[in-house]
Design a protein around this ligand. Structure first.
Ligand code: C2O
Ligand code: CU
Ligand code: CU
Length: 467
């Protein structure tokens, strides 16, 4: 069992034992699921065990981490009743879903905050299939940092060309790097000096709440690995060490042609679905995470004989494309956005409180928002028109830039050759300039921010209005 802790093996083995999907068993058990796509999520203080033998005073959905995995279906209504048992307001945002603005879960822009003791019912029909996630959009450094992050898997609509069961295993893999002391208590989730730079990284790496887990998968079969970076800060540079693998989908959107994986980096908020054919029984798949030029083992998949009676020579299952509107580049209007850094100014006041203006978009930091103070949008877009956003990162740090309410197409970068792809979050390297395009087809006021939570909280956020 190598360096892996036996408990981890048991826990993850248990998860995998339920069959094709480890997600379907443990977390679902505690959901009060009254209908096929109806869930209740209670946000509450929750002690959980991350470092074996210790307790972490986290915040949990239904008191647990990993959080319940919500399964929905493309084109079918989903209802989630959210109950706030925290001592602070909250909302839930459905990251990546092209949703009605009233359900987007941003305080004041789309709804009133859900106060302690209150509940709110979210109802929407996901138009796209793929790997999504959910999280509060209030006091995010703490609420997300302490565990309120979960995955939302939207299964592909029934079609003659694809059935999710073409994958012998479908593993949601939720990546989070916790800020923990050895006794399981929290370290500071944010430190101004880091907030003004790459963000405050955690120190205890987990996949579905486990450090370096080992999971069982059927041998000699196609499996789908859904990586979701639900961390507040860090990037993951993913690689499969010893097997060929393919990028099937980026931020929920399948690529027209799966791309051979060398390594792929996902910033905070981003997802990637990787498919691979597992080796014969008894062999392992080693998944690694890169830091700088080096790669480190991160998790293992142990193969066991498949019991499905199939031969194992099926071709790679191909995910159907999402029904996204194609931007009309010839007639698109261009809007420019410059991301800048003011981190050189004193990063904290005398009380050690962070200065809330390290970062700006078009020279503006978020001016603070409340019911009666909503700043002007960063841009106002005409409903139905195509736009190109010309994004310039004039900072020495990477930023995963996210827009709510739409999927956009990344079409150009000054740093690398781009094969255009649809996404909801684009990772911009330092000094990178990227062009994205989309159809402004969803009316509302949509958040537009960096998903490094401390960057967003210290200026790198705004919103666009489509009307
Ligand atoms: Cu995960 Cu404002 O978003
Ligand atoms: Cu979002
Ligand atoms: Cu950022």
């Amino acid at each position: 069992m190598n360096t892996l802790d036996r408990r981890h093996f048991l826990k993850s083995g248990l998860l995998a034992a339920a069959g094709a999907s480890l997600a379907a068993c443990v977390p679902m058990a505690r959901l009060r699921q009254t209908d096929q796509y109806q869930y209740t999520l209670t946000l509450e203080p929750a002690p959980f065990e991350l470092i074996p033998g210790t307790q972490t005073p986290g915040l949990g959905f239904n008191g647990q981490y990993p959080s319940p995995i919500l399964r929905a279906k493309q084109g079918q209504p989903l209802t989630v009743t959210v109950i706030n048992k925290l001592d602070q307001p909250t909302t839930i945002h459905w990251h990546g879903i092209r949703i009605d603005i009233a359900m987007d879960g941003v305080p004041f822009l789309s709804q009133k905050p859900i106060m302690p003791g209150e509940r709110f019912v979210y109802r929407f029909t996901p138009p796209d299939a793929g790997t999504f996630w959910y999280h509060p959009h209030v006091n995010s450094v703490e609420q997300l940092g302490k565990g309120l992050v979960g995955m939302l898997l939207v299964e592909e609509a029934d079609s003659p060309d694809f059935s999710p069961s073409e994958f012998a295993a479908d593993l949601p893999l939720m990546l989070k790097n916790w800020h923990l002391n050895d006794d399981g208590s929290f370290k500071p989730l944010t430190i101004p000096r880091y907030a003004a730079r790459m963000g405050t990284p955690g120190n205890y790496e987990t996949i579905n709440g486990l450090h370096k887990p080992e999971m069982e998968v059927p041998a000699n079969r196609w499996v789908r690995l859904r990586f979701a970076n639900v961390d507040n800060t860090v990037m993951y540079k993913l690689r499969i060490k010893n097997r060929p693998a393919f990028i099937a989908s980026i931020d929920a959107n399948p690529l027209p042609r799966p791309k051979k994986l060398k390594h792929h980096t996902i910033g905070a908020g981003m997802r990637v679905d990787i498919v691979l054919k597992t080796p014969p029984a008894g062999e392992e798949v080693i998944i690694q995470n890169g830091k700088g030029k080096l790669f480190f083992d991160f998790m293992r998949l142990k193969t066991v004989q498949a019991r499905d009676g199939l031969t194992g020579d099926a071709p790679m299952p191909r995910l159907p494309l999402n029904p996204l509107p194609e931007p009309d580049l010839a007639n698109a209007e261009t809007k420019r956005f410059v991301f800048e850094w003011e981190g050189a100014v004193t990063p904290a006041d005398d009380q050690g409180k962070a200065n809330h203006k390290f970062w700006t978009i078009n020279r503006r930091a978020w001016e603070g928002m409340s019911a009666d103070n909503i700043p002007a949008p960063l841009a106002t877009l005409d409903l139905g028109k195509s736009y190109v956003f010309d994004l310039k990162n004039n900072t020495p740090h990477a930023h995963p830039i996210h827009i709510h309410g739409v999927m956009f197409k990344v079409i150009k970068s000054n740093k690398k050759r781009i094969e255009p792809f649809f996404t909801d979050t684009v990772l911009m390297a330092k000094n990178e300039r990227v062009k994205i395009a989309f159809v402004a087809d969803n009316p509302g006021r949509w958040m537009y921010h960096c998903h490094v939570i401390e960057h967003m909280k210290t200026g790198l956020m705004g919103y666009i209005e489509i009307r």
